[in-house]
Design a binder for this molecule. Structure first.
Ligand code: BES
Ligand code: MN
Ligand code: ZN
Length: 499
């Protein structure tokens, strides 16, 4: 997608589509609107009246235009009755626009950019990310009828009155971020029979090494040698052996700090011997969404090259029942020596992450972030639009939340109430992996992981709600969302200012 600045609509090539934004009943750029009204001979205004256009977020009014000079016109609403207008509002609106124009076979469009939050760069970034993500489709396994076209893609986007330097600096970042989110989505959407732990590790190695990131893949024998028995216990029931992938990005200049990002990479979660009911397994090919976000973020970081050292660790395994699978009642020892009684084989994410966190800390990460589709309870608490965040360090958590807000992703903190540790006290081991009751399930997951952070400041992201979209919405397609990828990238970039 080519992105170009223009000073006047007269510069547009013949047939270019045009999008203008409205905040409820008012055009964002009244001057442009009057030019548009003249260009389209008053038709837009009439149509808006007849359709009772309200300018609400998600409403896109299309004015097909059969004149030879101008292309179709899109009037895009930004008014959100529940939220103030932010860059994220624009990301959403542009997502809806990107999706709509695919059906109209538009390949060139001009936009008049609304500047939101007083931040032209963030606004431009949001608009570009929205357009690209709105046009995301997972087509790898799709078949089309003869003559049926593939969805069209925007090849060129023009921005009216955006200063050239702003455009030049922002367009690459937006492209890198949208590419990263698309990669995460692709991996989540891949069928689990294709994306085994081994293949996920290979894909990770390919993407990382393509941008100069060091890669090391640990197989079962390597994991055994380092004493990662909690990790190993999860993959034991599967015909596809586990893999831990270590991605190491080192900047060319002196790093401002060393960050560790750890992702849950369960390529399919059947529950193991504590088998899930079949309906609950449907989206469990996406139980590697945390690892996908970490890989995608590392790929973006390798392209953007901030002066931050980053370890990305993907904990890849398949959770299956079999004669070799771990049983409820088994006890395993994690890398840090702590013993774990496995009381539920479906609480497998925390087992791979326990060793993943210890490993990452021991690689020299000063601060840790883990990302995981860890608990169904997170969806019960916060729904499918908001992820849970927990931390052992209030300042670190606030810094993460600030970055997530800038990236336009919603997280909400839950307390790591230490008193609840009694719920996962084991009679025979240091800790057990699940409580007897369903109380505070998300917090329990966080408390369990807090035992494996090696004293580092740490935030835990439970993305079990937003990792998946049941239906398309704004810049989301149905399926994997890539949620948390943008926040991880933004958080890494923000380390530079914080230092
Ligand atoms: N991967 C699931 C959590 C999940 C459920 C993610 C639905 C996304 C959508 C996780 O491994 C799991 O099974 N968690 C259990 C924990 C319990 C056994 C303590 C759960 O949520 O029931
Ligand atoms: Mn599970
Ligand atoms: Zn799981």
């Amino acid at each position: 997608m080519q992105v170009t600045a223009i000073r006047s609509l007269d510069e547009l090539p013949t047939g270019t589509a045009l999008a203008v934004f409205w905040d409820g009943p008012t055009p964002i750029h009244p001057d442009v609107w009057s030019v548009v009204q003249r260009r389209y001979q008053g038709v837009p205004g009439q149509l808006m009246e007849r359709r009772r256009w309200k300018g609400q977020l998600g409403d896109v009014l299309s004015v097909p235009w059969l004149g030879s000079e101008t292309g179709p016109l899109y009037i895009v609403g930004l008014r959100d009755e529940h939220h103030p207008m932010t860059a994220e509002t624009l990301r959403k609106a542009c997502g809806a626009l990107g999706r709509l124009v695919q059906g109209d076979r538009v390949d060139r469009i001009a936009l008049t950019l609304p500047v939101l939050e007083n931040d032209p760069r963030m606004s431009l970034r949001a608009a570009l990310e929205g357009l690209r993500l709105g046009q995301y489709n997972f087509r790898k396994y799709a078949t089309t009828e003869p003559g049926e076209p593939e969805p069209s893609v925007l090849e060129q986007v023009f921005f009216l009155d955006v200063p050239e330097p702003v455009l030049a600096s922002v367009k690459t970042v937006a492209e890198v971020i949208a590419d990263a989110v698309a990669l995460a989505r692709d991996l989540i959407n891949e069928p689990p029979g294709y994306l085994s732990p081994e293949r996920l590790a290979e894909v990770a190695a390919d993407y990382a090494s393509s941008v100069g990131i060091m890669v090391r893949i640990y197989d079962a024998a390597d994991l055994e040698a380092m004493g990662a028995y909690a990790f190993l216990s999860v993959g034991r029931g599967s015909e596809s052996p586990p893999r831990m992938v270590h991605l190491h990005y080192r900047p060319e200049t002196k790093p401002v700090g060393v960050l560790g990002l750890v992702g849950k990479g369960i390529t399919f979660d059947s529950g193991g011997l504590c088998l899930k009911p079949s309906a609950s397994m449907l989206d469990m090919k996406g139980d590697m969404a945390g690892a996908a976000a970490v890989l995608a973020a590392l790929w973006a970081i390798g392209r953007l090259k901030p002066p931050v050292e980053v370890h990305g660790v993907l904990c890849c395994a398949e959770n299956m029942p079999s004669g070799r699978a771990s049983r409820p009642g088994d006890v395993v020892r994690a890398m840090n020596g702590k013993t774990i009684e496995i009381t539920n084989t479906d609480a497998e994410g925390r087992l791979v992450l326990a060793d993943g966190l210890v490993f990452t800390a021991r690689q020299g990460a000063q601060k840790l972030v883990d990302v995981a589709t860890l608990t169904g309870a997170a969806t019960v608490a916060l729904g499918s639009q908001i992820a849970a965040v927990m931390s052992n360090d209030e300042v670190f958590q606030q810094a993460f939340l600030a970055s997530a807000r800038r990236a336009g992703e919603a997280f909400w903190p839950l307390p790591l109430e230490r008193d609840y540790k009694t719920l996962i006290k084991s009679d025979i081991a240091f800790i057990k992996n699940s409580a007897n009751s369903r109380e505070a399930g998300t917090i329990i997951g966080g408390l369990f992981l807090s035992e494996f952070t090696e004293g580092r400041p740490w935030v835990h992201l439970d993305i079990a709600g937003p990792f998946w979209a049941e239906k398309p919405a704004f810049y989301l397609a149905a399926g994997g969302t890539g949620f948390s990828t943008r926040s991880l990238i933004q958080f890494t970039l923000d380390q530079v200012e914080a230092a």
